[in-house]
Design a protein around this ligand. Structure first.
Ligand code: NAD
Ligand code: MG
Length: 387
């Protein structure tokens, strides 16, 4: 194929969506946007559409006034964009399980999915793996910085027929780093009563609201442990989390001979986005501030305080349990975060709501998409009613 590779950008108006537009603007010979979608934020989508002139523009909700010719409206836009013939790469930057069907459709259609929407893999990991194998060419490449780091540490070792979307051999341990979020050094009692503005005040990353709250509760790290397991097929016993407040070391891989390889850089999502688009190549780029080891010093590491951050353990246990449990964990967390954002649940209520949903629904089967969607919906209702 000649000319720039077409990308379908789902969630074009979000934090990762904007980052992707910045990255692609530096590589016009290599990439262009063939399709773009957003949820509600029509003015921002109009600006992006005028700039990139994609073949398909999709507004998932918030239509109101008549839409310009050629725009699509409604949830179906996500799958339409994800399977668009002009797009070889689908960059899924939607937040939440709402991105699941689009990821699945893109993988089934043989696309490369540059995946920021980690919830897709948490909810539908097994389905995604089956779809990738059946499609003969469908592929998931992570955008999440920790998983991009793991992939970069694993360079040359991905492949073979083990479990996972990107099967690896010879790994003794993954060490996934966590900034610890704004409450890293807070007493447990104070964390339980934390206010919204405290939770949104992330020390090292600027991101959408949902993932920012997830980073404060460490739900994000639970999603990432499950994501790592699904992507690389590494058993849960070999995946550890360590707190690293500077967010410079993005993750590490320990190999069977004891050697540990880490990937470092200033905290910016531009590099993981670029790496996922160009993988396995490295594309020349100067958009991200250069790493300065002296200015970044010191780099420190601490254990996770599980008593203060129970959501991490709940999520990893759901991952180990399998079936629909990860989908229940994810949906309960999404619903609890949305209640925390609207002020009807305390920060300390988030793990409580998740635990109660897992107790009631954690044994459900997750064999197919309808079963997973049913578990997701049931968990949301339980959390809505949680007191
Ligand atoms: P965001 O809230 O800033 O943006 C979300 C985007 O998705 C917006 O364009 C929005 O219009 C769209 N969207 C929201 N709800 C939707 C729905 N129901 N259906 C379709 N589209 C919808 O979020 P973000 O911070 O960019 O995060 C996006 C994804 O990337 C999340 O899964 C997050 O965990 C992951 N991620 C983000 C970062 C980061 O730095 N922001 C880092 C790693 C991973
Ligand atoms: Mg991450």
């Amino acid at each position: 194929m000649s000319g720039p590779t077409g990308i379908a950008l789902l969630g074009a108006t979000g934090s990762i969506g904007e980052t992707a537009q910045r990255v692609v603007s530096r590589h016009p010979d290599r990439f262009r946007f063939a399709a773009m979608t957003a949820h509600g934020n029509r003015p921002a989508l109009e600006i992006a559409a005028a700039r990139w002139k994609p073949s398909l523009v999709g507004l998932v909700n918030g239509g109101g006034a008549p839409l310009p010719a050629g725009w699509c409206h409604g949830r179906e836009c996500l799958v339409q964009a994800a399977t668009h013939p002009d797009a070889a790469i689908v960059l899924n930057a939607v937040v939440g399980a709402a991105g699941l069907e689009a990821t699945l459709a893109a993988v089934s259609a043989g696309k490369r999915v540059a995946l920021a929407n980690k919830e897709s893999l948490v909810v539908g990991g097994a389905l995604m793996e089956r779809a990738a194998r059946a499609s003969g060419g469908g592929q998931v490449v992570p955008v999440d910085s920790e998983h991009s780091a793991l992939l970069q540490c694993l360079a040359g070792r991905v492949g073979g027929d083990g479990p996972g979307l990107l099967p690896v051999a010879g790994v003794r341990r993954f060490i996934i780093t966590a900034s610890g979020g704004p409450f890293r050094a807070w007493e447990s009692e104070r964390i339980r009563g934390a206010r919204l503005e405290d939770a949104l005040n992330h020390p090292t990353w600027s991101m959408g609201r949902k993932i920012t709250v997830d980073s404060a509760s460490l739900a994000n790290k639970a999603l990432e442990v499950i994501e790592a397991h699904v992507l690389f097929g590494v058993p849960y016993d070999r995946i550890e989390v360590v707190v690293h407040p500077q967010s410079i070391v993005h993750s590490m891989v320990e190999f069977e001979d004891g050697s540990v390889i880490a990937q470092l850089g200033v905290p910016s999502m531009e590099l993981p986005v670029l790496y996922a688009l160009g993988y396995p190549d490295r594309l020349e780029d100067h958009g991200v501030p250069r790493f300065d080891p002296v200015a970044s010093s010191p780099l420190t590491f601490e254990p996770v305080r599980h008593d203060a951050f129970p959501t991490l353990g709940l999520g990893v246990a759901a991952g180990r349990r399998g079936g629909a449990a990860p989908a229940v964990f994810n949906a309960a967390n999404e619903a609890a975060v949305s209640r925390f954002l609207d002020g009807s649940l305390s920060f300390g209520g988030i793990p409580g709501a998740i635990e109660s949903a897992l107790t009631r629904l954690g044994d459900r089967s997750g064999d197919d998409l309808p079963a997973l969607l049913a578990a997701d919906a049931a968990a949301r209702i339980l959390v809505q009613e949680f007191r």
